[in-house]
Design a protein around this ligand. Sequence first.
Ligand SMILES: NC(=O)CC[C@H](N)C(=O)O
Length: 228
Amino acid sequence: MKFAVIQFPGSNCDLDMYHAVKDVLGEEAEYVWHDEADLSGFDGVLVPGGFSFGDYLRCGAIARFSNIMKEVVKAAEAGKPVLGVCNGFQVLTEAGLLPGALLRNRDLKFMCRNVTLKVENAGTMFTAEYAEGDELTIPIAHGEGNYYCDDETYSKLKESGRIVFTYSGDNPNGSVGDIAGILNEKGNVLGMMPHPERAVEKLLGSDDGLKMFQSIVKEWRESHANYA
Ligand SMILES: NC(=O)CC[C@H](N)C(=O)O
């Protein structure tokens, strides 16, 4: 499986993302600069974290106008897996691929530490290798991770199993319904604030994020199997 790792000026989790899929998972990966205009050769798209365009205006608000975003939208429409982590999640909400918005953290501070995530839905292409209710240790590193959506959107997300991860016990940023990660309607675009790519080796303190990448690859292999 071949992944595109999108790079904006100010991205800083792109190398971690690349390392996770290329070195740890052993899949193909390539960096794609935000100005490029073609993702047709890729099977999956990873929008990593960081401070794209210096977080000016709002996190992700400028990045979403980058050339490559038209291609990211196309990839999403084609059903390819698209994963946005942290700033990537912010970019995907700004681009309208996911509902809601990421506001300043409740305590107005940048937070950088491990949190406990609960797997709310293990029936997605991103979480099939987990079990429902699994608790994962995954780091956060953000100033604007306070997920907000209106009541109607929240009910829709909840009823349709699109709340994939919640913060267990301790909600670090004030997110509505303790939301840490959500899915689009079709089920192929996931945005989450915590960083699974920084939790793929025991050496890093946790490898609880690895199953997310393994889930994506397994699902892709199964749907592209050629028994001819
Ligand atoms: N690590 C990140 O992607 C940070 C995202 C964004 N710059 C914020 O502070 O919220």
